[in-house]
Design a protein around this ligand. Structure first.
Ligand code: ZN
Length: 423
């Protein structure tokens, strides 16, 4: 029989990673004669869920097994062994779903869509588990059951791949040893089939985490061969084991288009168009704010300091510019992940007229007395209106790789014109 196994919330801020627990479960199942079908899946859920400080990712995989009780037991043992169960905020959950139960998978698809774009309560998860009598494992509050169900239900129409390389157990929590240059070389050799390995503009390796989890590095991309080439190119401390995941990372699956909703609400992510009404201003810390008039009223938008050079585009916006913003509505502002400049307002300034003979600017003769060129004696009555050069191109702009959220689709993956890629 084939079962979908979903697992979530086994990690904490202090260590572990649900993908690693997934890897250990799969290895043990295979040792026991079960067969893993295809790649496991790493599904990123709504990044704005408040108690999730890190990636909010859950995992699922398809397994062929003769014995569901053995499947559950092996999963249970691995979760007990590897989870950060002592952490007060770690509440693992796992579910086991018959892959032939299409009715349930359809229900879970909708559940998953909600978990990626909105909020799902633990009660909703318990309701489904009760209604469909879903075999499951629940630890502490069992909040991980939400992600476990969502990871099984997620339908990845658009998908990317991530290869996660893990550290030797004795290296967990220690400073990662990597050759920075080799990551830049890997990017050079395999971009854009791999992406977000490094950030050239900010001179940073972004594929190596700083957290104390077992992940050594993660190579993201769309083509397996290129991903393996990148893995072979990077030089690091010894890789203990690695696993390829199919993911909904870099797909914009979290974004809700404005046409789909009648209001916008805190903690969800949107694609909204509007006209700039309040021009950009910067607050302490380098965060840049501006506001736009949308069909939902006036809305604040923000490019935070970590979005680095993206802010230099935002700072140039003027009243009357038409833009489309992509990002999460959080603390009363759209946190920009991307922006599209749809049209730029014509901005004029008044300047002293120019002398037709020598081409220099005329001087004022005093208030209300007109202008003249001292040298050529030419005269003019009024200032002239001059259109300001905006030095800004229409089209898409995105935050650089160091500021990219897991779910955000990089422009290099988008089939659109006028892309301005920060790489
Ligand atoms: Zn002159």
């Amino acid at each position: 029989m084939r079962f979908w196994v979903g697992i979530d919330d086994t990690d904490s801020k202090n260590g572990m990673c649900t993908t690693y627990v997934c890897k250990m479960v799969m290895e043990r199942l295979e040792e026991n004669g079960s067969k893993i079908i295809g790649f496991p899946r790493l599904i990123r859920l709504n990044p704005n869920v408040p108690y999730k400080t890190r990636g909010n990712g859950a995992v699922s995989f398809l397994v062929e097994t003769q014995d569901i009780s053995e499947l559950i037991e092996i999963t249970n043992e691995a979760i007990l062994e590897f989870s950060e169960l002592d952490d007060k905020d770690t509440d693992p959950g796992a579910v086991f779903i018959n892959a032939e139960n299409h009715e349930l998978l359809e229900v879970l698809f909708n559940f998953s869509k909600k978990a990626i774009r909105e909020f799902v309560s633990i009660d909703e998860a318990f309701f489904l588990i009760g209604k469909y009598m879903i075999p499951h494992l629940k630890y502490k509050t069992g909040r991980g059951l939400i992600g476990a169900l969502a990871a099984v239900g997620a339908e990845c129409n658009d998908q990317t791949i991530e290869l996660l390389a893990y550290r030797k157990k004795e290296r967990f929590g220690k400073k990662r040893i990597i050759d920075r240059d080799s990551f830049f070389l890997a990017d050079l050799l395999t971009y854009p089939e791999t992406f977000d390995t490094v950030d050239w503009g900010n001179d940073t390796v972004v594929s190596v985490p700083n957290s104390p989890d077992p992940v050594l590095f993660g190579i993201r991309g769309t083509d397996l061969e290129s991903i393996f080439k990148a893995m072979k190119t990077v030089k690091t401390e010894e890789v203990d084991r690695y696993q390829v995941f199919v993911t909904n990372q870099a797909t914009d699956m979290h974004l809700i288009h404005e046409d789909e909703v009648s209001e916008i609400s805190e903690g969800k992510s949107y694609i909204l168009s509007g006209v700039v009404v309040d021009e950009p201003f910067e607050i302490k810390g380098g965060h840049v704010f501006f506001s736009i008039n949308t069909r939902f009223g006036e809305l604040m938008c923000c490019a935070f300091e970590p979005t680095k050079q993206f802010r230099s585009v935002i700072r140039k916006l003027k009243r009357g510019d038409v833009v489309t913003v992509f990002g999460s509505y959080k603390d009363g502002a759209i946190n920009l992940e991307k922006i599209r400049l749809d049209s730029l307002a014509d901005i004029f300034i008044e300047e002293n007229p120019i002398c037709e003979i020598c081409g220099k600017k005329m001087e004022s003769e005093g208030r209300g007395k007109g202008f003249r060129c001292k040298k050529c004696k030419t005269r003019a009555e009024k200032k002239v209106r001059v259109k300001v050069e905006r030095y800004l191109e229409l089209g898409y702009y995105e935050v650089p790789p160091i500021a990219r959220r897991h779910l955000s689709k990089p422009l290099v993956r988008m089939n659109v014109e006028e892309k301005h890629i920060f790489r």
